[in-house]
Design a binder for this molecule. Sequence first.
Ligand code: SF4
Ligand code: SF4
Length: 266
Amino acid sequence: MNELIKKAVALLESDSVQVIIGYAEGTGTRTRAIFITRTADCENLIFDSRCVQNLAVYLTKSEIKKLGKPAIVAPIPVLRSILQLAVENQITENDLVVLGITPQSELVDFESFAAIEAFLSTHQIVIEEKYQETIREIKAMPVTERFAYWVKELEPCFKCYACRAACPLCYCTRCTVDNNQPQWISVASHPLGNLEWHIMRAMHLAGRCTDCEACYNACPMSIPIHLLTKNMLQDVTENFGTYGPSLDKLNTLSSFKPDDKESFIR
Ligand code: SF4
Ligand code: SF4
């Protein structure tokens, strides 16, 4: 993407930003995140279908903030996460320059978060039919069977927390699972500990998850944790009518309306 490289060089040369957060070749056929502070290194920037890491995860990291104002390469999942971080007051428009990438791999400038929101309104989150079918099948199971299903699926989890580290919306500096006084979530990766961890993770992302799948892609055990967050996305939509981040709406689980449904209370 020559256009992307030219833009990155211009931004660094003019000192409009001090670091470019983008993608570069990694090991083998993999790509990796790159943090460019010198114009000479901009030629390492790439963008193609292998670039699936959600770079928005770096916007809240103190190590990256220390480098100065960033420009971030932002395909659709990254744009959604930027908007959600804005909704949660984690970033402001003055904090960054967004180098948007359309599904056709075209570079697009965004003047404001509102412009990102307008763009995303024509690129809504769509849960693929294959996932919807799996979710329907799981939901149709009797409760005991469904419980056994998830105990088995989560069994390989050894709590490396790579899924948490890859998620742009898991930005707390101290996570509940790391807290041992009091210890809310068991640190052991036994069936109960794994269930507690994954229920907590999914619930904390309800109404916030932007369906980027970075958590699933990061899991060394290929545990289908994205099914949990996709299901939460669908449930929140069906019950509260929100689908994806919106600048003028409060987060579902941190807001209350008198006519909110209570059908989940059984
Ligand atoms: S929970 Fe997973 S899919 Fe959702 S925003 Fe975080 S990394 Fe992306
Ligand atoms: S990345 Fe996979 S193995 Fe690691 S904590 Fe998350 S679900 Fe468990």
